[in-house]
Ligand binder design. Structure first.
Ligand code: KG4
Ligand code: ZN
Length: 346
């Protein structure tokens, strides 16, 4: 079964073709980052309008690159939520229209399930059950994954998502959007040990997270270390970026280790945009070696938003007989724990 996946939940227009027998046949992405950078964050209305402009040319490019025709497609998957309502509606309308025109089924995919299953696109795949650490701009959670659609949430952020904390920290330091990659780049110039940030909620039991305090810590540290009316000096900016990144990534590693210990699982999967962070990757790899567990990272372009993860999950669900009616319905808020095993709802 050849499935077209469409992702438009936020600021990336992404499409991919996944075949149940041959695997991923192609993927294309257009990032709106430069358009939103001017505003320091995603402007929802601009995001939706740009998805309208880019989606059709991107699908054409995907088909051309993969040397396939629209009529080869046997199913369409689009991101149904969570995400920005207007942006989601663009992908959902296109997905439904294409499916109707081609007389094939369409299915709406949960964006975070896409992220969770992204490591399955790699040759070296994890085995169920495993622990997933899902770290994106909108979510931070640890889940016990028993199988596709079987997610029990062990812990999540009580306030800001870790990606959001990276983005806000970047803004406070005057770094460019999106914050994650720019804080990480800045941190490479930092000197370790000058500032020590807290590791929130690690001194008590449990697997929940809280990242809003770290952002405040960045703000007060920056404030204390600059002269009245002046910008931060370059070294101080880099030292703060490093202290923030160390605190955020240490916190994630401490909680992931705890989740593995509590469940006895021996495989850990990293998903979501913050999973592209080099410092997080090396700390998790070191922890995995110490604890004798296996850690799976999707390649960085499958950590951040992409069409391949949507096509893959869509293919699993369509093959199990799931499909939507013809209504264009999106779910900007949608809890991952509401999902069921593919086919269970049919
Ligand atoms: O998964 P994603 O692409 O979109 C959402 O579903 O949210 O994640 C985006 C988030 C942003 O907050 C971005 O700053 C962060 O992932 N991010 C990073 C890195 N690359 C992206 N955070 C830290 N280090 C990175 N290298
Ligand atoms: Zn995402």
């Amino acid at each position: 079964m050849l499935v077209l996946g469409i992702e438009t939940s936020c600021d990336e227009t992404a499409v991919a073709l996944y075949d149940s027998e041959q695997g991923l046949l192609g993927d294309c992405l257009y990032s709106q980052i430069t358009m939103h950078a001017e505003y320091g964050g995603v402007v929802p209305e601009l995001a939706a309008r740009d998805h309208i402009r880019k989606l059709v040319p991107l699908i054409r490019e995907l088909l051309e690159d993969s040397q396939l025709k629209l009529s080869d497609i046997n199913g369409v998957a689009y991101t149904r939520g969570p995400g920005l309502a207007g942006a989601l509606l663009v992908g959902a309308s296109m997905g439904q229209a294409l499916a109707m025109g081609l007389s094939v089924p369409a299915v709406g995919v949960h964006h975070m399930e896409g992220h969770l299953m992204a490591p399955m696109l790699e040759q070296n795949r994890p085995q169920f059950p495993f622990i997933a650490l899902l770290v994106s701009g909108g979510h931070t959670l640890l889940a016990d994954v028993a199988g596709v659609g079987q997610y029990s949430i062990l812990g999540e952020s009580l306030d800001d998502a870790v990606g959001e904390a990276f983005d806000k920290t970047a803004k406070l330091l005057g770094l460019s959007y999106p914050g994650g990659p720019s804080v990480s780049k800045e941190a490479e110039l930092g000197q370790a040990g000058r500032f020590k940030f807290p590791r929130p909620m690690t001194d008590r039991p449990g697997l929940d997270f809280s990242f809003s305090g770290l952002k405040t810590f960045t703000m007060t540290t920056a404030h204390k270390n600059k002269q009245e009316g002046q910008e931060l000096d370059d070294q101080t900016r880099a030292d703060i970026a490093l202290a923030f990144q160390d605190a955020a990534t240490d916190t994630l590693v401490i909680k992931a280790r705890r989740a593995l210990k509590e469940t006895g699982h021996t495989e850990l999967v990293i998903a979501g945009g913050v999973g592209a962070n080099k410092s997080l990757r090396s700390k998790l790899a070191a922890m995995a070696e110490q604890e004798n567990i296996k850690v799976f990272f999707p390649r960085p372009e499958f950590c951040t938003d992409n069409g391949a993860m949507i096509a893959y999950v869509g293919c699993l669900r369509l093959q199990a007989g799931e499909s939507e009616g013809t209504a264009v319905a999106v779910k900007p808020r949608w809890k991952i724990s509401e999902l069921k095993t593919p086919g269970e709802n049919t």
